[in-house]
Design a protein. Structure first.
Length: 525
């Protein structure tokens, strides 16, 4: 029993399950690719590489050849087999990457189009340019390229399950009035964004009649995929290879020059003259060229659009089958994160009634927290554990205790007795009585001057506030001033001094007016 290549490819696709391919395409249509890397086939190359002709051979669609309608945005082409259909049907839509302009852009669609010839395709592309807001003529000051994606779904009874993404071709030379140097960088970044996806298979299209080693797209692919495990190289224009250089191309395709995991496929597209001749068949011309020497040495796996189509189907099937479990896991994780974020936002509040209800709930919650905070009912709210500063009653009690301690330590000018005083110590002789001309005010002023003359080491102070920056109650607070530490020599000497300066002719007692004098002196200090 023999099994041909087509049977193997069909069996591989069956193993991949077309439903998996459809799920990946639906995720792409939902713009999930902006958040998660999706498995996909990406066609890359420069503007003169023959990308459009390769896609035309794969899709059997007549791509417009007007230079003004060249690929200026990514195009996702999806093939789906539907045996119930008798004819091919084409559906089109735009996937917007700009959330602010999503409604306007995604309003463009086509559906149930049974024929899409070159003129109809050209008309459709012109409509897409307008829908994306792209430049349609020189000097209209509109952007030339867009990050939006054109999605084309092709359903038919004989279509094979396949999905490819065509991105704009990179270029180095600008076109006056159409492209600029900034467009060169923009397109390169766009292409790289698709190539950097670790789940993408890159289809690098290069013409065979140039020095392949110097092609920028090959260098870009080699930098991102040095082992070549996700890069399939496609050689176009083999009929333009110089005489004598064919052997080099054959050796390259056969892997004799450079071994690559996915290798090369040679595709012969119709030339410009053949395109204008309706009698020319692409497949026939490709088969005729295949018979020529040395191209007849190439294996069936490395030559022709049909070989490329089978390779792409097998690559896409195996890639999706391998990556789908991890994609599903990432989608589930992102969905859970989004749901948690939505739950934190609460219910929708579009109407005035909903907004009023939401504000009332906030006020009620604030009131409950305040009441629980004042009554030390901390177990009723998680907020008290998450934010200890909300425990108002405890904070006030602790502040009162702290204030009591501060008053007991710093709330007086003199210690009641000096630290050196001892109950058993001998009384110290009093200083000489000042002359009658001296005044209490003078002595108090001198004492204050002595205190002010002391250094910070000799006389410490503390601010009258422990917390600053209370802007809400600033208007009812006293200014923050330094509070001097109390005198440590004891209050007895001060009382004796007041008595000596205020005594009269009393014997064995003192005049009660001394108390008011002491109070006035204390205020002056």
């Amino acid at each position: 029993m023999t099994v041909n290549k087509e049977d193997c490819v069909e069996f591989s696709i069956m193993l991949a399950d077309p439903l998996l391919l459809e799920k990946i395409d639906k995720l792409f249509a939902c713009n999930v690719g902006e958040y998660i890397n999706l498995p996909q086939l990406v066609v890359v190359g420069d503007q003169s590489s023959g990308k459009s002709s390769v896609l035309e051979g794969l899709t059997n669609l007549k791509f417009p050849r007007d230079s003004g309608l060249c690929t200026r945005f990514a195009t996702q082409i999806i093939f789906r087999r539907e045996p119930s259909l008798k004819l091919r049907k084409v559906f089109g839509s735009i996937i917007s990457t700009d959330r602010n302009d999503e409604k306007e852009t995604t309003s463009w669609t086509i559906s149930d189009v049974e024929t899409l010839n070159e003129s109809e395709f050209e008309k459709m592309m012109a409509e897409v340019h307008v829908a994306m807001g792209l430049s349609t003529s020189m000097g209209d000051n509109l952007p030339t390229f867009s990050a939006d994606v054109l999605r084309l779904e092709i359903h038919g009874p004989h279509e094979n399950h396949l999905s490819v993404i065509d991105v704009p071709g990179i270029f180095k030379n600008t076109t006056p009035g159409l492209t600029s140097k900034s467009d060169i960088a923009l397109v390169r970044d766009m292409v790289l964004s698709y190539m950097r996806n670790p789940r993408s298979i890159m289809l690098a299209v290069v013409p065979a009649n140039v020095d392949i080693a110097t092609q920028e797209i090959i260098e870009m692919a080699r930098e991102l995929d040095p082992d070549g495990i996700r890069t399939l190289r496609i050689l176009t224009k083999p009929d333009l290879v110089d005489k004598g250089a064919e052997e080099r191309i054959i050796e390259l395709v056969e892997g004799k020059q450079e071994s690559q995991e996915l290798g090369w496929v040679v595709v012969k597209n119709l030339g410009q003259k053949d395109l204008r001749d309706p009698s020319k068949s692409r497949n026939e011309e490709e088969e005729i060229f295949r018979r020529l020497t040395p191209w007849n040495r190439l294996s069936n796996d490395n030559y022709g659009i049909e070989a490329l189509r089978m390779r792409l189907q097998a690559l896409l099937a195996s890639n999706v089958r391998r990556e789908f479990p991890s994609v599903r896991s990432e989608v589930s994780r992102h969905l859970k994160e989004c749901k948690r974020g939505l739950e934190k936002l609460g219910e929708e509040r579009e109407s005035t009634e909903q907004q009023s209800k939401y504000l009332l709930e906030i006020v009620s919650k604030f009131q409950r927290i305040t009441e629980d905070a004042l009554h030390t009912n901390y177990g009723s709210q998680n907020a008290f554990d998450e934010e200890p500063s909300l425990r108002l009653a405890t904070l006030v009690a602790n502040r009162n205790a702290q204030f009591c301690d501060e008053i007991s330590v710093r709330g007086h000018d003199y210690e009641f007795m000096s630290h050196s005083h001892d109950d058993d110590s001998e009384p110290q002789p009093h200083p000489a009585v000042p002359s009658p001309a001296s005044s209490v005010r003078a002595q108090v002023g001198a004492a204050n001057e002595d205190e002010e003359g002391k250094s910070d080491d000799e006389h410490s102070s503390t601010p009258s506030r422990k917390v600053n920056g209370c802007s809400e109650i600033e208007d009812i607070l006293h200014d923050c001033v330094p509070i001097r530490s109390c005198q440590t020599q004891g209050i007895l000497g001060w009382i004796e001094n007041i008595y000596r300066e205020s005594r009269g002719f009393e014997i064995g007692t003192f005049n009660s007016s001394i108390l008011s004098i002491a109070r006035n002196v204390s205020r002056q200090q």
